[in-house]
Design a protein around this ligand. Structure first.
Ligand code: GLN
Ligand code: ZN
Length: 767
């Protein structure tokens, strides 16, 4: 018998029920309502998986906030500032760790959050120091296993493995290596495993995604030591070790294959290139879990190809040693297509969300056990989806293909080098030194959101809505003029989301109604689906920018989202390289840039906040990515005259290791987030002698707090002492859409004042 498995299931609820329950709990503290919703989400997930005949159904894949935070609680790794916890961690402490707390009882900062590998999911980072001690401080995996059992499901509990747990944590003390905690940590893991075995669990899924990273010999030795100890001390339990998000590098593979575990899971989607050789090298004493169904994307699988691979595996492994599975947890895809009444039938036939993916696993497993004929219809639908998707003009638009073929290298380069463009631009704009500007968006007030909701519900006419947006834009322009900003923006009142806004106007994109994916805690995103060749049927932003420019003598920056960010925050077609899709988007943005220029917009900002997120997990693949990513940016930006000034914006904190790529974007001006790190981020630019102009953010927009003039002036002093003052712009860290108007006006007024006082100080006052 070939068996089936899933590594995890979405948990936020098909209609984000858990999100709503969490938010209610955070405001009214009603624990019971929250726990009831959570239990309902779990029960529904188990039932769906059972109905698809899944043999290994996970438990403890659920979380009220995050699975790594759950592990911290299970293992008792609770940072001291959250107070002494006797017994199990209570909900208030749990959420204080996740989100910080400020009430009568405590005033504590949240634990840090960071990206879960190369997904858009964010996990809570364990804080580890020599003082960290471990003990079982949560009943969650035991309770959920028992809960499933009482509902009639024999589940496979999921735990983040001990080595990845330590590797994903951060040392809170200099010079401390979290791996030093292994001897203290392992006994607690063993106790957890023994406890699960005592409850009747036959196997446990230990997730070790770090196995796909480049590891040192020492780290591999740690893996060996850990799993040998587990095998020795909990022989009654089958350990199913999983690695996902990539193939195993050869050294790790050799090590992992020799570990004393019952089963090993490999990602056959991300690791497609080497999966056959991995199967051939697979040890004869273990079960292979083959991750055939993509847990990171929403396309209907090519069952024919998957079946072939499964058969190849079966031929080698023999009966009873093969599990067919999702490539990783299904956490990263939406629930079900059933809710998507807005998508056309053809497009829907190309897609598979979590529930449909269960159907795929089921069909594959049945094909193995009962023969293809038993599931002929499902295989036929899959084959048809591949065929029609490939043959469709929606995915292969001849016009786009022609344009792609006609791209020449010079299209990705400005006409003149920066130094020369700069001279033209200085004369053309005649700005004061240390020019002041903002990053694009202005407050999306309740009024703005209400007007949009009314318009969408049909309670406001298109004309009335447009009038409303125009009035907001004009008000924004007047405020900026009054404050004395040098370069203005139109305010982005017409936009909700910086990717959605463009995707909705581009061909090749589709939008779901309920395609929510957890980003962190209760936060979800609804990524667009890039299903076909991308093109721009008509200008997208020109009217708004031209309107704003018509209201003022000052330059108004055009505002666009860059091709890499649009790609990165979408579900991307899997039938061509990502670089190709990105190039298509770049051509569409290039058209927009050129049209803005033709409409008299002299400065155009192309935001790329997600450039860094696209970095592959392994460093050895970084350059290839950075090459095409920066080429795509330049392709979108380089169709303009020398005097047109291209800006870009990025809001994150690490530039050191990608500074060369940032410089290769060749944007005339880049604005970055720097205020929270007190300009430390500038180091990369200083050391590299970054040649172009730069606007280091002088105040944090995440907080309503209005800094004093002196604070901003201090930061500017720091920046101008480290980089040529004539290259420095003055701006906040990021867009202001989450802020209110009063603090925005106050902060920007202060910023203008700070710039003026620095100009005076530096003797570059040229206003
Ligand atoms: N122009 C966008 C804004 O101001 C940039 C957003 C971002 O960097 N994420 O909102
Ligand atoms: Zn930003």
């Amino acid at each position: 018998m070939t068996r089936s498995a899933t590594l995890g299931y979405p948990r936020i609820g098909p209609r984000r029920e858990l999100k709503k329950a969490l938010e209610t709990y955070w405001s009214d503290g009603d624990t019971q309502a929250l726990q009831e919703t959570a239990a309902a989400m779990r029960a529904a997930a188990w039932a769906t998986q059972k109905s698809h005949g899944i043999d290994y159904i996970p438990s403890n894949d659920f979380s009220l906030y995050d699975q790594v935070l759950d592990m911290c609680c299970l293992l008792g790794a609770i940072p001291e500032r959250f107070g002494r916890v006797d017994g199990d961690v209570d909900l208030a402490t749990y959420f204080a760790m996740a989100r910080g707390a400020q009430d009568g009882k405590r005033d504590v900062a949240a634990m840090e959050m960071t990206k879960w590998f190369d997904t858009n999911y964010h996990y809570i980072v364990p804080e580890l120091s020599p003082q960290t001690s471990f003990r079982i401080a949560s009943r969650k995996p035991f309770d959920e296993f028992a809960e499933a059992k009482s509902l009639g499901y024999a589940t496979r509990p999921v735990l983040l493995g001990p080595v990845s747990f330590l590797m994903l944590g951060k040392a809170t003390q200099d010079g401390f290596a979290p791996s030093e905690l292994l001897p203290a940590l392992l006994p607690v893991y063993l106790e957890v495993l023994k406890g699960l075995a005592a409850q009747g669990a036959e196997c446990v899924q230990l997730d070790e995604p770090c196995l796909t990273l480049e590891l040192s010999d020492r780290e591999r030795a740690i893996y060996r030591e850990t799993f040998e100890r587990i095998a020795r001390e909990v022989p009654e339990l089958s350990i199913h070790l999983t690695a996902y998000f990539d193939e195993l590098p050869v050294d790790n593979r050799d090590m992992a294959f020799a570990l004393p575990v019952a089963a090993i899971h490999l990602d056959a989607v991300r690791g497609a290139e080497t999966i056959e050789s991995a199967i051939d090298a697979f040890p004869s004493d273990k079960t292979l879990s083959l991750g055939l169904i993509d847990g990171r994307n929403i396309w209907r699988a090519d069952l024919e190809a998957a079946h072939k691979l499964a058969q190849h595996a079966l031929a080698r492994m023999g009966d009873d040693r093969l599990i067919l599975s999702t490539s990783c947890s299904l956490l990263h895809v939406p629930y079900s297509l059933e809710l998507e009444s807005g998508l056309d039938d053809e497009l829907k036939s190309w897609l598979a969300f979590a529930q449909e993916k269960l159907g795929e696993i089921e069909a594959l497993t049945r094909a193995m056990n009962e023969g293809r004929a038993a599931v002929a219809d499902v295989f036929e639908a899959s084959a048809k989806a591949q065929r029609t998707r490939f043959a469709s003009e929606r995915t292969h638009n001849p016009k786009v293909r022609e344009r792609m073929a006609a791209i020449t290298p010079d299209m990705a380069h400005r006409k003149s080098a920066f130094a020369m463009r700069r001279r033209t631009q200085l004369a053309h704009f005649a700005l004061p030194k240390l020019p002041t500007t903002t990053i694009g968006s202005f407050p999306q007030t309740k009024e703005v959101r209400q007007a949009r909701a009314k318009f969408r519900k049909g309670e406001m006419t298109g004309e009335a809505y447009e009038e409303f947006l125009k009035a907001e834009t004009e008000r924004g322009i007047r405020v900026q003029e009054k404050l004395g900003l040098d370069v203005l923006v139109h305010g982005e009142f017409e936009r909700t989301d910086m990717v959605e806004y463009f995707g909705e106007m581009l061909d090749g994109f589709a939008f779901t109604k309920f395609g929510w994916v957890q980003s962190y805690g209760s936060r979800c995103v609804k990524p667009p689906i890039i299903f076909g060749d991308v093109s721009r049927p008509h200008p997208m932003t020109v009217e708004w920018s031209a309107y704003a420019q018509s209201l003022t003598e000052k330059p108004v920056k055009g505002m666009l989202t860059g091709p890499v960010t649009i790609l990165q925050w979408s579900f991307v077609r899997n039938d061509q390289p990502r670089s190709e899709t990105c190039r298509q988007i770049a051509l569409a943005i290039r058209d927009e840039v050129n049209d803005l220029e033709a409409a008299g917009i002299g400065m155009i900002q192309i935001d790329e906040p997600a450039l860094r997120e696209g970095l592959p997990l392994r460093r050895s693949r970084w350059n290839e990515y950075l090459d095409w990513a920066s080429e795509c940016f330049r392709l979108s930006a380089s169709g303009v005259k020398d005097e047109t000034q291209i800006h870009t914006h990025m809001c994150y904190s690490e530039f050191n290791d990608i500074i060369e790529a940032i410089a290769s974007l060749d944007a005339d001006v880049i604005s970055i987030e720097t205020s929270r790190s007190r300009m430390e981020l500038l180091d990369a630019f200083v050391n590299y002698e970054y040649p172009n102009e730069i606007g280091p953010g002088v105040y944090d927009i995440h907080s309503p707090r209005v800094p004093k003039t002196e604070e901003m002036a201090d930061l500017l002093r720091l920046a101008t002492s480290r980089l040529p003052a004539e290259h420095i712009w003055v701006n906040p860290d990021c867009g202001l859409k989450t802020r209110g108007w009063p603090e925005t006006e106050a902060a920007l007024g202060t910023m203008v004042e700070a710039a003026r006082s620095l100009r005076a100080e530096l003797g570059v006052a040229a206003e």
